[in-house]
Design a protein around this ligand. Structure first.
Ligand code: NAP
Length: 305
């Protein structure tokens, strides 16, 4: 009978029903799910970035720390964490991200703003091009990037993907990045925050985009050099940006992004972990741990994601 510590108190009300149900579905109805425990008795820790638990040293018996978030940058460098760390790959979260990316891509592709805000009642019959004529590049072809690519391709957008390692049908490496940026009418960033990806979109790389390209960033704020983006928006090199994530969240009230006419701010809502589906992922990983099977979605500490 494993003891499972739910160490994300702010989320307990969301998970208190779905988790026992998912554990029972996974054949673990005898598991002890608690919000407080003697560290020496804990077998699994369910964690979220704002968790008060920051010192993992006393949890010497824990077989894994199971993160409720897809991004792990706020835990992966914790020096007290020696237990295996699993991140969240939640079908509900992926669906949400696909909807956000497709929705904002279509907004920019169809030029919807012109018609939604049209105080002068201008009759402009300019028809947008077809999706097949609007190349989209996705930086980061992992769980989320590849799902967004599939959805956009289904709408006929020509999608170029770029990631760290070689994958069929997607680019990698510095040359690959140059190619991927140079063809991006719309650029979507779905990379994790790591030392390698921080400020990936700097002035030099923004200059590689076709003039007037649109940027959608639902990945992490630190992927973009904010000063460089503001300058590129000013010069017209970048046409518009829709940003969901920021270096400081909530975005400070005086941040230039709030009032910039070419920037849309969404408050880190592109994709949330959904308790019912996420609880099944957690339960499956605990089942695996108990059966001695490899964990799903194990984080590689060396890579940082
Ligand atoms: P994932 O499955 O781990 O995929 C990450 C992708 O990024 C992989 O394709 C990886 O390449 C690539 N990558 C990592 N480091 C790279 C580098 N240095 N150069 C080039 N490519 C690199 O992650 P995911 O589940 O798709 O999530 C991606 C990110 O989305 C998360 O880390 C998080 O920051 C963000 N996110 C945001 C929200 C939101 O609400 N806004 C919600 C969830 C997640 P390889 O495949 O070659 O390893």
């Amino acid at each position: 009978m494993p003891t499972i510590l739910f160490a994300a108190p702010a989320l307990w009300s969301e998970y208190r029903d779905p988790l026992p149900a998912a554990l029972a579905e996974a054949g673990l109805s005898d598991a002890r799910l608690v919000t407080e425990a003697d560290p020496a008795e804990v077998d699994y820790i369910i964690y979220a970035p704002a968790s008060p638990l920051q010192d993992f040293t006393p949890y010497s018996r824990a077989k894994a720390v199971l993160n409720l978030w897809a991004g792990v940058e706020r835990i992966v460098g914790n020096p007290t964490l020696t237990q295996p760390l699993c991140r969240m790959v939640d079908p509900g979260l992926t669906e949400g991200m696909v909807e956000w990316v497709v929705g904002h891509t279509l907004r920019h592709h169809l030029g919807m703003d012109r018609h939604i805000v049209n105080p002068g009642h201008v009759w402009d019959p300019t028809c947008p091009p077809l999706a097949r004529e609007r190349p989209v590049t996705i930086l980061g072809m992992g769980a989320l990037g590849s799902a967004c690519a599939a959805a956009l391709r289904a709408l006929n957008f020509p999608v170029t993907g770029w990631s760290r390692t070689a994958k069929p049908g997607s680019l990698h490496g510095e040359d690959g990045l140059r190619q991927a940026l140079s063809r991006a009418a719309i650029l979507v960033t779905l990379l994790p925050k790591t030392p390698e990806t921080e400020n990936l979109l700097n002035a030099d790389r923004l200059a590689l985009l076709p003039r007037g390209a649109v940027i959608l960033n639902p990945g992490r704020g630190a992927l973009i050099d904010d000063e460089a983006l503001l300058a590129a928006l000013e010069s017209g090199q970048v046409g518009q940006a829709t940003l969901d994530v920021f270096r400081v969240e909530p975005l400070p009230p005086d941040h230039p992004y709030w009032s910039h006419p070419k920037v849309t701010v969404t408050p880190h809502i592109a994709a949330d972990t959904r308790a019912v589906t996420a609880a099944r992922v957690i339960a499956e990983n605990i089942r695996r741990g108990e059966a001695g099977e490899p964990f799903l979605h194990l984080v590689d500490r060396g890579r940082g994601y």
